[in-house]
Write a protein that binds this ligand. Structure first.
Ligand code: MN
Length: 190
């Protein structure tokens, strides 16, 4: 996909978001993931996985659930630059995605099966090593009818010791704040 769509949607003279000028991974051999809580017109969580020099991205309206029975809609959106994983702040009014962004979780991820095939075939299976999200997860593309490609995927917690069947939203509710700065939306400038 590349960063063409990302750049075309944004005016970097007006938005503090990264231009995508730098694209280096922090740690050799490890790919990063980030979950950004984004108070745009509607609150959602942006789920991003580093792959091939960009952040593959999905917007998850309800956020990740720790209950394997929950299948959370994850809308595939444009690739973002790697340095977007550092971004926390305010996207000004009138700009694309206007609203506050905070880093809700960050860490590394490891594919369980070939992620490039998974993106094409509509099923990504992976492990997360974040501060809040850990263990096995899957992103599964919804296909109606079966051959049709769709931007709608489902983010699903796979069964392991990090599940929570009683309250899949326990982490989301317990931690409204940034995992990096400790700030809530109310404490972000802007
Ligand atoms: Mn967003």
């Amino acid at each position: 996909m590349g960063l063409g769509q990302y750049k075309a949607k944004r005016d970097f003279k007006k938005s503090p978001e990264p231009t995508g000028g730098t694209g280096k991974s922090n740690v050799a051999g490890l790919s990063c993931f980030v979950v950004q809580k984004h108070q745009a017109r509607r609150l959602h969580y942006d789920f991003r996985l580093e792959l091939d020099g960009v952040l593959k991205s999905w917007a998850v309206p309800k956020g990740p659930s720790l209950n394997p029975a929950d299948k959370r809609l994850a809308v595939h959106v444009e690739d973002h630059p790697l340095d977007y994983a550092e971004f926390e702040g305010m996207i000004p009014a009138e700009q694309y995605g206007a609203g506050k962004v905070l880093i809700w979780d960050r860490g590394y991820w490891r594919p369980i099966k070939d992620p490039r095939k998974g993106l094409v075939n509509g099923k990504l299976e992976f492990e997360l090593y974040g501060e809040r999200l850990t263990g096995k997860w899957a992103l599964v593309q919804m296909k109606h009818p079966p051959d049709e490609s769709s931007d709608n995927w489902l983010l699903i917690k796979e069964k392991d010791k990090s599940i929570d069947r009683e309250d899949g939203d326990r982490l989301l509710n317990a931690h409204p704040e940034s995992v990096i700065s400790g700030r809530t939306f109310g404490e972000l400038d802007g």
